[in-house]
Structure formats: structure tokens, C-alpha cells
Design a protein around this ligand. Structure first.
Ligand code: HEC
Ligand code: HEC
Ligand code: HEC
Length: 224
């Protein structure tokens, strides 16, 4: 439990240490026989099965029988078109399955059906950017509704993942890397958190006069 509490203050360190932390939590779960510790371990490892935090796949876009997701013993797995063939000519990216899906859709290269049964149904696209100023020195986060509502319904996020009100949600990198908030999708079905993808979300440069906010301890320090 102590490990989890500390991470609140060590988000950036955690970012680089999540695979290591998973082992640590596992180790403490093994040594303590407490029920809570075991639950923490299982929720951490379950969240990270798909979230390939900062780790690269050994094979780029492996064919379904080798991708570790599909069952190679099922005959139908071998009928599926391999991604490398299916994605040919799609705008590339440097992470995930190496396709820039937003551009692929914007350029009309794919036309996914919005409704499985009704081919004429169109998505309700909402162009609204939400800026989330970040206290750390990394660029601020811009959450774009347009790129999301091209693929998703409002109810995919509201209200279960995010309260639809600016700054009403507490979001941080630890939660994202553990598969919560943005990490419910990013790292699983949409582009993952890798050193190359930071700037996709952290896309708004800090104002020229930005200075790191002073900590509460500093503000209270009578000798300052
Ligand atoms: C992929 C997830 C996602 C989807 C899909 C989504 N939103 Fe949001 N929405 C967010 C996030 C994140 C915020 C910002 C919350 C915050 O800052 O705490 C937000 C904020 C909002 C806000 C508050 C704006 C403000 O100025 O306070 C409204 C209203 C909203 N969304 C409506 C919608 C509607 C309508 C749709 C569907 C057309 C939709 N959202 C689809 C994630 C989503
Ligand atoms: C899927 C979008 C996304 C990606 C990719 C992403 N971040 Fe974040 N990051 C966020 C959000 C959202 C916040 C919370 C902003 C806030 O305070 O509201 C955040 C916050 C942070 C913070 C502030 C401390 C904290 O934990 O809240 C740091 C530092 C940070 N990110 C670094 C990174 C680095 C480094 C990368 C690349 C390895 C990265 N981020 C990739 C969305 C993202
Ligand atoms: C319900 C699933 C879901 C959630 C939750 C979600 N996203 Fe996304 N996001 C997607 C999908 C799907 C795409 C489009 C496919 C892709 O680019 O991988 C996308 C695309 C994006 C893009 C567009 C990149 C571009 O190329 O224009 C940004 C930026 C982004 N997400 C940031 C965020 C941030 C920040 C959060 C959390 C505040 C978040 N997303 C939460 C599913 C989600």
C-alpha cells in the first residue's frame, strides 16, 4: 500500500518505473499474505497487460496467429488479413500499430460505418478543444473532441470516464499508465504512451512567462 501512496508525488519517476513497480507490488503481495495487497497486484498487472508502457513490440504489427491476442489454435485466426498487408498505404506514425488513424480517417482512406446496421448513419462530430494546463514543465495537454467524436459516441466517455465539465476531472500520468482516464483507451485501442507520443497530447507550449508553481511547503515557509 505504501508504494501506491508514494506514487502520487512521484508521477514522472513512476512513468519510467511502471514495469519495475508492477514487479515490486507483486513481490510485496507475495511476501504479505494480506488480501488487499493481492488485489492491488492483480489490478496493476491486469491494467498493464495491454498498456505497453514505453516498451516496444519485438515484431512490428505481427500477423494474428503471432500477435499474442488472437488464439492460434482457432482456424479463423489464420483467415484474418495480416495488419501489414491491410495497413499498406495508410499514413504512418511512429508508435502503436504505426498508422496515423486520425489522418487515415480525415483523408477518407477508410470510411468506417457509424452504425452496424444503418449505412446512412453519421457520427455527431463536436469540434471542441479542452486545454488542461499541467503544473509540471511539460507542454500543456489539449484534449480534442473532434478527433474523438469521429470514432466515438459521447457516452463512451461521459459520464463514466469523464464528468463533462472542464477541470472537473483529476487526471495524471500515473492513472493513465495504469489504464484509467485517457489510459482506458490509449495503450489499448488507440495510440499508446511512448516517448515518441508525449507530444500528441502535450501539444500546447507553455506561455513565454510560465514559471513552475511554488509548492505549498515553500509558500508556508516563514523564512522565504
Ligand atoms: C474520448 C472521451 C470523450 C468523448 C467521446 C467526449 N468527450 Fe466531452 N470531454 C472529455 C474530456 C476529457 C473533457 C474535459 C474534462 C475536464 O477538463 O475535466 C470533456 C469535456 C466536455 C464538456 C465540458 C466543456 C466545458 O467547457 O466545460 C462537455 C459539454 C462535453 N465534454 C460534451 C461532450 C459531447 C456532447 C460529446 C459527444 C459529441 C463528448 N463530450 C464526447 C472527453 C470526451
Ligand atoms: C494520451 C495522452 C497523453 C500522453 C500520450 C502523455 N500524456 Fe502526460 N498527461 C496527460 C494528461 C491528461 C495529464 C494531466 C494534465 C492535468 O494536470 O490535467 C498529463 C500530465 C503529465 C505530467 C504532469 C504530472 C502528472 O503526472 O500529472 C507530466 C510530467 C507528463 N504528463 C509527462 C508525460 C510524458 C513524459 C509523456 C510521454 C512519455 C506523456 N506525458 C504522454 C496526457 C498524456
Ligand atoms: C474512449 C476511448 C478514449 C479515451 C478515454 C481517450 N481517447 Fe484519445 N483517442 C481515442 C481514439 C480512438 C483516437 C483516434 C485513434 C488514434 O489516434 O489512436 C484518439 C485520439 C486522440 C488524439 C488525437 C491525435 C491526433 O492524431 O490528432 C489525442 C490528442 C488524444 N486522443 C488525447 C487524449 C487525451 C488527452 C485523453 C484523456 C483526457 C484521451 N485522449 C482519452 C480514444 C480515446
Amino acid at each position: 500500500m505504501i508504494i501506491i501512496k508514494q506514487t502520487r508525488f512521484l508521477s514522472l519517476a513512476l512513468l519510467l518505473a511502471v514495469p519495475f513497480m508492477a514487479t515490486q507490488v507483486q513481490a510485496s503481495a507475495d511476501s504479505l499474505s494480506g488480501v488487499t495487497a493481492v488485489n492491488v497486484a492483480s489490478s496493476v498487472s491486469a491494467a498493464n497487460t495491454f498498456n505497453r508502457n514505453l516498451k516496444k513490440d519485438k515484431v512490428r504489427n505481427a500477423a494474428p496467429p503471432e500477435d499474442g491476442i488472437h488464439d492460434p489454435a482457432n482456424d479463423s485466426t489464420h483467415v484474418l488479413q495480416p495488419p501489414l498487408e491491410a495497413f499498406e498505404g495508410f499514413p504512418p506514425s511512429d508508435f502503436g500499430n504505426y498508422v496515423d488513424w486520425v489522418k487515415t480517417l480525415d483523408d477518407g482512406i477508410i470510411q468506417p460505418r457509424w452504425d452496424r446496421k444503418d449505412p446512412t448513419e453519421e457520427p455527431f462530430v463536436m469540434d471542441l478543444d479542452i486545454v488542461r494546463p499541467v503544473k509540471a514543465s511539460v507542454p500543456d495537454v489539449v484534449f480534442p473532441h473532434r478527433q474523438h467524436t469521429m470514432w466515438l459516441a459521447c457516452s463512451n466517455c461521459h459520464p463514466a470516464i469523464f464528468i463533462p465539465q472542464q477541470q472537473a476531472n483529476q487526471i495524471n500520468m500515473s492513472a493513465i499508465l495504469l489504464g484509467q482516464k485517457c489510459g482506458v483507451c490509449h495503450g489499448k485501442v488507440s495510440f499508446p504512451i511512448t516517448t515518441k507520443s508525449c507530444k500528441k497530447c502535450h501539444s500546447k507550449p507553455k506561455p513565454a512567462d510560465w514559471e513552475p508553481p511554488l509548492s505549498e511547503a515553500t509558500l508556508k515557509n516563514p523564512w522565504r
